[in-house]
Design a protein around this ligand. Structure first.
Ligand code: ZN
Length: 185
């Protein structure tokens, strides 16, 4: 494990990048959550960072915004990019004082993916994590992973690693389609 120290990044921007008519002080926390709904996971663009469950807290006083983010996997190369995308979306809404805290405990689990997020993963052709993040894989028990294309449970694992380290590559033995499985951790 290559755990990084919790870090916070203060991202301040020049005023010329703020939309002229922005009134960020009128934004509610709900509106900020809605903004975050538009920030997609760069690895799985179908799913937002909110649906992925990595946004743990939003604290907004009308001027200063703090967002607590728990990376899906510490050391996941997408983490910094995700933080930058989050900051970008918030800056675009006119928020100037943005602090993004990386919160590493408790660690993210696939249990935090919302129902909508699971649906979108399936629609995107990725089998969402099944059940809770059990330790079955640690015990060497192979889970039955349903094909996101046809629903068949007649599937086989081709590789422990799919398109990214966070996913495993499977193939459906009925419709023959390969698919990624979002591994439970
Ligand atoms: Zn299938």
């Amino acid at each position: 494990m290559n755990e990084r120290e919790p870090s916070s990044v203060d991202l301040l921007i020049a005023s010329d990048r703020v939309p002229a008519n922005a009134n960020p002080e009128l934004l509610t926390e709900e509106a900020i959550w809605a903004l975050l709904e538009n920030v997609k996971d760069p690895e799985v663009p179908a799913v937002s960072v909110v649906e992925l469950g990595i946004i743990r807290r939003v604290d907004w006083d009308g001027e200063h915004l703090t967002v607590d983010v728990t990376p899906t996997y510490s050391g996941c190369p997408a983490t910094e990019l995700i933080e930058e995308l989050i900051a970008e979306a918030l800056r675009a809404a006119g928020i100037r004082h943005i602090k993004i805290n990386q919160v590493l405990t408790p660690a993210w689990t696939t249990d935090w993916i919302t129902e909508e997020g699971r649906e979108k993963l399936r629609a995107f052709g990725i089998a969402p994590p099944q059940g809770s993040a059990s330790k079955m894989s640690l015990l060497g028990v192979d889970e039955v992973i349903a094909c996101p294309h046809c629903g068949s449970e007649h599937t086989e694992r081709l590789s422990e690693f799919g398109s990214t380290a966070c996913k495993a590559l499977y193939r459906c033995l009925d419709c023959r389609e390969p698919f990624d499985y979002f591994k439970c951790i």
